[in-house]
Design a protein around this ligand. Structure first.
Ligand code: KG4
Ligand code: ZN
Length: 333
């Protein structure tokens, strides 16, 4: 029997819908919200209003691109959390109303679990058990995936997320939000000549707030000596910051691989689009004999394909929820 899942994602500032049939992605449409660029970060109220405007056309487009009629959908998978409450409410309310009108089941999805399962959108797919370094604007986690729906967080950030470290550095450098992709671009024209300290954090946990402070003090000192320091050294500053963030991430995932003996290593989340991180994982993987899994760009940042994929595994276990389901801002994998 053929199974068609509609996935809906609205946890932060991207409105996305995707259609998956029998484990294969037929469409994955993402509407980005440009407005936040002007504010230097995601403004929750602005995000919520944009989701309200986007959700119906985004779902219509995803169905059209897939060539699927809404009557052919077997279930709706939606992001229940974690995320911004005002953003989640839009996707959750839409999913509930749509499922009710079509008379089909609802599947709640944890956004962070979905980032890990983005690896099952297309081949090559990792073998269980594998480790996934999930790095986004809100989270930095090392996840042990024993099965599609059986995951454990082995370590996580104690303060800022890796994406936040990129975005906050961007703010100090006068770059637009989100700064991660801009720093990535600039870093390709620079050299990591400035040394920022690597924090010593116990076990498999991370911390990025000290790095942010050391970048701030470094820039303040240099600007006193030369007011044009940032403009004259932007590419080298970006290369140095990126290189330190990447080394922090690679050292911890290496430690996790050593502790667990697991050699299938994946990355996921928005920061996994970073070219420095992707190259470093491949290089370290070759040296250590890992099988590495790096998602396509479209499955790194927030997307509904990963929600539909997670929904597909939950559908097979009949893990459905009722109309009383409500969004949750915080929710562990
Ligand atoms: O997973 P995601 O799309 O949304 C969240 O769930 O947070 O991640 C967004 C984060 C932002 O902090 C953004 O700056 C970062 O991912 N990001 C990058 C790159 N592309 C996106 N960071 C570094 N290099 C990139 N190429
Ligand atoms: Zn995300």
């Amino acid at each position: 029997m053929s199974i068609t899942i509609l996935g809906i994602e609205s946890s932060c500032d991207d409105t996305s819908a995707a259609v998956l049939r029998d484990g294969k992605i037929l469409s994955n449409y993402v509407a980005n919200q440009e407005a936040h660029r002007l504010y230097g970060g995601v403004v929750p109220e602005v995000a919520s209003r944009a989701h309200q405007k986007n959700i119906i056309p985004v779902v219509d487009l995803a169905l059209k691109m897939a060539g699927v009629n809404k009557k052919d959908i077997d279930a709706i998978a939606f992001t229940r959390g974690p995320g911004l409450m005002g953003s989640l409410i839009v996707g959750v309310s839409f999913a509930k109303a749509y499922a009710l009108s079509l008379g089909i089941p609802l599947i709640e999805v944890n956004h962070m679990q979905a980032h890990v399962l983005a690896h099952f959108a297309e081949a090559p797919k990792p073998q269980f058990p594998f480790l996934c370094l999930t790095v986004s604007g809100g989270h930095t986690q090392i996840v042990l995936a024993r099965d599609h729906l059986d995951m454990e967080i082995l370590g996580q950030t104690l303060d800022d997320a890796a994406g936040e470290a990129f975005d906050k550095t961007g703010k100090l450098l006068g770059l637009d939000y989100p700064a991660g992709p801009v720093i990535d671009q600039l870093a390709q024209h620079g050299r990591p000549v400035f040394d920022f300290p690597e924090p010593q954090i116990p076990e498999l946990n991370f911390s990025f707030s000290g790095l942010k402070t050391s970048i701030l003090y470094f820039l303040q000192k240099k600007k006193k000596e030369n007011p044009d320091f940032i403009e004259e050294n932007k590419a080298d500053i970006c290369a140095s910051v990126q290189s330190r963030i990447v080394s922090i991430l690679i050292n911890k995932i290496s430690q996790a691989a050593e502790t667990t003996g697991i050699r299938d290593i994946a990355i996921a989340g928005g920061v996994s689009a970073n070219s420095g991180l992707r190259a470093a994982l491949e290089k370290t993987g070759k040296e250590k004999g890992w099988n590495t899994f790096i998602p396509k760009f479209e499955y790194c940042t927030d997307n509904a394909a990963m929600i539909a994929v997670t929904g597909y595994y939950k559908y097979q276990k009949e893990e459905f929820v009722g109309q009383e389901v409500a969004p949750v801002a915080r929710w562990r994998v």
